[in-house]
Design a protein around this ligand. Structure first.
Ligand code: GZL
Length: 342
């Protein structure tokens, strides 16, 4: 499906942004690229609001596992409220069976459009076939689902492989291509975990002295990230670490706590790089405890409601809308912090 997807018309949502969504300096040298832009945009049509008043939208959300997810949920609810959308919202508590139940319930309620962020990549075909049979279009948001193209109208989300590559490239440079890295991975089977791991390893290819010496899931939560890192710091491997790569900021922030409690300095004894770009990550960079975060814009409310309004009118949408992501390190964190929108 991915190759087919690649063949389909891709367009960077950045073209619809009112401004950059955070393209930024990525090095500590004077920036060659334009100054970091505040993340003041939310992806979505620049052509004003499409009429979505009265649209019945069912949204099956992953859960409330991270700062990113909270911001994503708030963005969807705020946009729906502002545009008079009749939003039926379900929080699946990171369980696929709950998301499937919610989608079935939206079908039974006869909503106009269904949108969801698939907690994992597989297992969606049967319920999306039911939505298709009921004539209800489906929008996939944030995470990819591994389903045939005829089962959804469009997929709006970031390029997670690129995010992993950006994190890997930055870390390789920071470590001068030499060091032992611990990886805290996201939810097993989820597109962000699969792709960020893939992109990160692509960035490290050919750099034999950069070694991933530990990898374990922290399920995208701060608590689990801390727990995994606590155990690692007590192990022989823990004393060999030069860096931690966390698939999201929440696990990185948990790991930072564990590193401190083990008597080491996160951000200097052990370099920490993660993905999302949430407010707390910027604060941790200002505090010198996090070194770099790759942005993954969660403010998808406008893009989702625009897409739902168009698909309800019978418009055909591009199969894939890619969200542009920036990267921020300590050299820009203090300047950026006041501008953060999530
Ligand atoms: C990424 C999103 C991921 C975030 C995590 O688009 O699906 O899920 O990186 C969140 O913080 O839990």
């Amino acid at each position: 499906m991915n190759t087919k997807l690649a063949a389909l018309s891709l367009f960077a949502l950045g073209a619809m942004f009112l401004g950059g969504c955070g393209s930024s300096t990525t090095t500590e040298e004077p920036a060659k690229t334009p100054e970091a832009k505040a993340n003041t945009t939310t992806p979505g049509s620049a052509a004003g609001d499409l009429d979505a008043k009265g649209l019945k939208l069912g949204f099956a959300q992953v859960g409330a596992e991270s700062g990113w997810r909270t911001a994503n949920t708030e963005s969807i609810k705020a946009e729906a409220q502002a545009r008079g959308v009749d939003l039926k919202f379900a929080d699946a508590q990171q369980k696929q069976e709950n998301q499937i139940k919610a989608i079935k319930s939206f079908i039974a309620q006869g909503v106009d459009v269904i949108a969801f962020s698939p907690v994992v990549e597989t297992g969606w075909e049967p319920v999306l076939q039911e939505a298709k049979k009921a004539g209800i279009p489906v929008i996939i948001s944030d995470r990819r689902a591994d389903v045939p193209d005829d089962l959804y109208a469009t997929f709006i989300g970031s390029d997670f492989i690129k995010e992993g590559q950006m994190a890997g490239d930055w870390l390789a440079k920071k470590l001068n291509n030499k060091g032992n890295i611990a990886e805290l991975t996201g939810t097993p089977g989820s597109a962000p975990a699969n792709d960020r791991a893939k992109g990160f390893r692509q960035a490290l290819e050919g750099k034999a002295d950069l070694k991933i010496v530990f990898t374990q899931t922290g399920d995208f939560t701060r608590a689990k990230g801390k727990e995994v890192m606590e155990a690692l710091m007590k192990s022989p491997t823990g004393s060999t670490l030069n860096a931690v790569f966390a698939h999201n900021d929440d696990m990185a922030l948990g790991a930072i706590q564990a590193i401190e409690e083990a008597g080491k300095k996160p951000g200097s004894d052990i370099i920490v790089v993660s993905i999302d770009g949430v407010h707390d990550a910027f604060q941790a960079m200002v505090d010198g405890k996090l070194n770099c975060t790759v942005e993954c814009n969660p403010l998808l409310g406008k893009a989702i409601i625009d897409a739902a309004a168009k698909v309800k009118k019978g418009e055909t949408l591009p199969k894939r809308t890619v969200i542009e992501d920036g990267i921020f390190d300590q050299s820009v964190a203090a300047k950026e912090l006041p501008n953060r929108k999530y």
